[in-house]
Design a protein around this ligand. Sequence first.
Ligand code: GLA
Length: 744
Amino acid sequence: MRDRLNRLKLWACFLLLVTGIASAATPDGSAHVRYDAANRVFRLDAADITYAFGVNDRQELQTHYWGGRLQESDTLPAAKAGVGVASFEAPDNSTLQEFAGWGEGMYTEPAIKMTFPDGNRDLVLHYVSHTIRNDGFVVTLKDISREVFVELHYSLDAATGVLGRSAVIVNRTKAPLTIEQAAAASWNLPPGNDYRLRYLSGRWAAEWTLNEQKVAPGKTVLESRRGSTGHQNNPWFAIERGESRDEETGEVWFGALAWSGSWSISVEQDQLRQVRVTGGFNPFDFAYRLAPGEKLTTPVFYGGYSHDGVGGASRLLHRFEVSRILPLAPYPRPRPVVYNSWEATEFKVNEPGQEALAEKAASIGVERFVMDDGWFGQRKDDHAGLGDWYVNKDKFPNGLKPLIDKVHALGMDFGLWVEPEMVNPDSDLYRKHPDWVLNFAGRPRTELRNQLVLNLARSDVRDYVLGFLDDILKQNDIAFLKWDYNRNWAEPGWDAAATEDQKKVYVAYVENLYSILRELRARHPKVEIESCSGGGGRVDLGIMHFTDEIWTSDNTDPFDRLSMQDGFTYAYTPGIMMAWVTDSPNWVNKRTTSLEYRFLSSMQGSLGVGANLTTWTPEDFAVAKEMIADYKQVRETVQHGELYRLISPQGGSEYSVTESVSEDKRQAIVFAFLHSSQKGYPFPNVKLRGLDAERQYKLRPMRDAKASGAPQVASGAYWMSHGLDVVLRGDFQAAGFVLEDASR
Ligand code: GLA
């Protein structure tokens, strides 16, 4: 990884005036950015991809190519606008533009739409100029008559070929204008009528459902109108070519939007069967007034291409997130094994109770003890307290210090739950500042979980939130914050803003959220943060810039988790996917499972424990201790290795198997799960992937896992071709295997 990243440091930028090609490249040529002035073609090459676009004969920026890497010697011709078909299909809507303004006769989804004070709404963007950066381009477009500029930013990740695209919209006219729609980018696919779309949907306690459908004429809109990312859809897509749904073969185009506010991604097949994916701020209820001289910057929409199926696509995304997105990228710390008090105590936290749990947690090898909700203000249940971030003296008469000291003495670090953006009407904060919440003046304020949303777009609210979090971190030796967010918006009014600026709340809120997180991390560089929103309601590449991990779901049922975790990994790295072992029967489905099964399910991600340890037997402690020790041996591989989804649990499958391979291919972990044996059939043979064919690997079953006829040591070729015959019978059975380089 380190070598690859060093190569990222693009250093050479040179102009070859004779050929008219301007370019920048990595020293070894693995990534290349160039502009061919003769044909007016922009081309980016990295890893296994080439992306190219050009200025066409109408002066529009037109997508040329997005796919497997071309040869250096291949020259792309000048772009040519679509010719249209009859008077109904003019070039305006048949040309695949990189970033189309809504104007002329455009009927497909535009990237940008605006209204000028004189009522004019026509925006036609033509190429003006560009600059070559060492990792991409900035291309400037301008309206044909008005001084409205759009800078398109393209950046390329040399290691994965993942492209980042965003736009900066600048008003250089003499009057304000209103942006009504602003995407980060449009991604255009090669012509074809055999595309399939995958996307993620869900709800609270049921996130990460993988959906699959044909890309058919018309439009599919994935979106959140909720003010934040939301559980309902996640801002990620993958589109594959062809009818075969093989995990590891075939072309896949994928993308993920880095934005934690209302967003939309539309996947559209037009009347000429052309497929466009346009994503950015959700245009619903959107209006952003730009005064003369002002700018609006869109989120970044990342996109990539794989010829190794969705499996290859997700491995590229995982690698990209770990090396480029996470706050400590390219070297995020491995996730510690956590204990979290929520399911054990809910709001009934107090000093002796938490200390008792901490002792037990430390005894099984937990490294971080996290106290969840209930420690502050007048918080007895979810009716009061949010907003009052002082320690509840009835529960912690001497503050948090005795508990934190105890946790440290037990060899763990300490983490704390907060929900900074919310307020209960029953709180001192709300009594003092009822005007601080999102609301429409004179209208009811919809409470959800008895709470309202603080309007973070206001600078006084932003300062207050940053201030109290900073104080908590200054006053207590805290290593970790679980940052929760337990409702979505209603009545999204910002009455302190000028009427025409009220809808800026959709952008300003999220920008201030990011600025608080950025500032806190700068002031407290050792503190790690988890993004939680009633589970996985705020997971996207935007929040991931500032948070080290994600609370995947409040649903901790280990069987439900298999398909949820599977869905999660299509878009996000397992390294941030927190998974706790909790009590059985689980609260969600009342399903009973063994402690081993629960551990193996949680070990697919970043392991935690959230059970009520005061009810555990000595045998439970022994199992937990052994499995946590095992997890520590393999966590680097699970969290940062290459993931292969060998048998998918989707669609009610009877089986599920995942494999993670370390970057140096010296270790692999296999987790196999059986839902319920039927008719005595054996578990299907599992062929491993991604190993070094010539290396000898030793098989180490975890606990009492069994594989029939498996040699103790065999080559990577053996494990990949002959495979592993896992022995599992019964209901909710699981087995884990470690393959280690035999020469170690
Ligand atoms: C949310 C979180 C839970 C827990 C509770 C506390 O639901 O997802 O893990 O922290 O809030 O109120």
